[in-house]
Design a protein around this ligand. Structure first.
Ligand code: ZN
Length: 131
């Protein structure tokens, strides 16, 4: 999983675009989309512009003030500033997913951690006894 972070966010305390990606293809496709959405008015606009590799996409986002970070599973750290000083503010189960709401005590970011619920078997099964 990859995430895109506005590099000025911590300074500005403001985030205008915050995207969670599942894979490299999404990072690449989003870079192409962003280019065509935002650079059409530029003199050197190239209508055939396309980002094709992950390295290109990373560079593209860096040039545009974003950082793409890779996240491997759950790390209990803030996705913005890497602080471990985070806390949960609750959770919700919906449609086969459980979502934990988190906030960072250092930079103030809020974020969700989503988990897919998978049935893994019965546990603690007992018959009621009348003793
Ligand atoms: Zn943080």
């Amino acid at each position: 999983m990859f995430i895109k972070i506005d590099a000025d966010w911590v300074k500005n305390n403001y985030i205008d675009d915050y995207t969670n990606y599942k894979n490299k293809e999404e990072v690449i496709a989003d870079a192409t989309r962003f280019y065509h959405e935002h650079f059409q008015q530029e003199d050197d606009y190239d209508k055939d512009f396309e980002v094709t590799t992950f390295e290109q996409a990373k560079k593209f986002w860096e040039c545009n003030g974003y950082e793409v970070k890779e996240r491997k599973g759950r790390e209990y750290i803030c996705p913005v500033c890497d602080s471990k000083n985070t806390d949960s503010s609750g959770s919700e189960i919906e449609g086969g997913y459980i979502t934990y709401h988190y906030y960072c005590k250092d930079c103030g970011a809020t974020y969700d951690e989503d988990f897919e619920l998978v049935f893994s078997g019965f546990d603690n099964v007992s018959l009621s006894s009348n003793t």
